[in-house]
Ligand binder design. Structure first.
Ligand code: ADP
Length: 319
């Protein structure tokens, strides 16, 4: 291969810039030409493709978001649209594509690979919900943002003897909520992987009060239940002021942590090495701190993310 493309797709995540930079710099190091595609599969379809130089990725390693832009482009599910996208890649003489994104983006990469255009996926999402990797790009940064928010809520909850319900992102993966619960010392954690029992939660809060707890923090993953309604129920039961805080997109922004920058850089350079070794149709991950690659089709169709039962147990033991 001589020319590779790189795009970011789906929800953005801090560290995507560091990953793009690594793909560009590692590509140039190995004598490849690297092309950047703006706004994910949308820009690929619209042929917004530019050659990236060493300098194109200067001063981005520390920046959140993605300078290439990202997009949701549902039309990419249409094979005819993908055929036009492949034509654009061929027109520029691009032989392989690095896709940085979440599982939706992996799906697009899988389809392109099946249709004859080799792609390699990098896990870019704060949700940590991708199989074949222990961590995704952006997870560590988001976790630090969430823990900082919990620390702030704790101060004011403690002063006012208030109960705080904190809604945390993760889509259908409780990793961010569980990790934040342990790091932030939350009393209760609610994740999609464990059936939510509201009555049991209310009971536990009551027991906590008997033990003398003057405030409480409940971390809950998004999409489990309506947090405002839950806060009302808790307030009605305890007679204690209870507030829900939805952290929302705050969790997706900000400068990536050193850990995210290093992991993104490693993954980006590794992706280029895999392409050079002729390994298309792969997705990159990190497992037990070692870089790994898996078949992207197998990853989407068969691999499951293991639930971190130990971390969940820890979060329920330490409160
Ligand atoms: P994420 O990558 O963060 O999971 P999405 O699920 O929105 O975000 O996916 C990002 C993009 O990937 C979509 O807007 C679409 O362009 C593409 N995509 C998602 N699912 C498919 C699919 N089944 N086939 C082809 N492309 C897809």
């Amino acid at each position: 291969i001589k020319r590779i493309g790189v795009l970011t797709s789906g929800g953005d995540a801090p560290g995507m810039n560091a990953a793009i930079r690594a793909v560009v710099r590692a590509g140039l190091h190995h004598g490849l030409e690297v092309y950047g595609i703006y706004d994910g599969y949308l820009g690929l379809h619209q042929d917004r493709i530019v050659k990236l130089e060493r300098h194109s990725v200067s001063d981005v390693v520390n920046r959140g978001g993605t300078f290439l832009g990202s997009a949701r482009f549902p039309a990419f599910k249409d094979p005819a649209v993908r055929a036009e996208a492949i034509e654009n890649l061929k027109k520029h003489g691009i032989d392989a594509l690095v896709v940085i994104g979440g599982d939706g983006s992996y799906m697009g990469a899988k389809k392109l690979t099946e249709e004859g255009f080799p792609c390699i996926g990098l896990p870019g999402t704060i949700d940590n919900d991708i199989a074949g990797t222990d961590f995704t790009i952006g997870f560590d940064t988001a976790l630090n943002v969430v823990v900082d928010a919990i620390d702030r809520l704790r101060d004011t909850c403690s002063s006012h003897h208030r109960i705080s319900v904190v809604e945390i992102m993760g889509r259908h993966c409780g990793d961010l909520a569980m990790s934040a619960a342990v790091a932030g010392g939350a009393e209760y954690v609610i994740v999609p992987e464990v059936a939510f029992d509201k009555e049991k939660l209310l009971q536990q809060i009551k027991e906590g009060e008997v033990k003398g707890k003057k405030h409480a923090i409940i971390t809950i993953c998004e999409h489990v239940t309506d947090v405002n309604a839950l806060a009302k129920d808790i307030e009605a039961m305890t007679g204690r002021e209870t507030r829900a805080t939805i952290l929302g997109h705050i969790q997706r922004g900000g400068a990536p942590t050193a850990r995210d920058r290093i992991m993104s850089s490693r993954m980006g350079a590794y992706a280029v090495e895999q392409l050079l070794a002729g390994h298309g149709g792969r997705c990159v991950g990190i497992q037990r701190n070692e870089l790994v690659h898996h078949d992207i089709i197998d990853c989407i169709e068969n691999m499951k993310r293991p639930f971190d039962q130990e971390l969940y147990n820890l979060s329920t033991t330490l409160f």
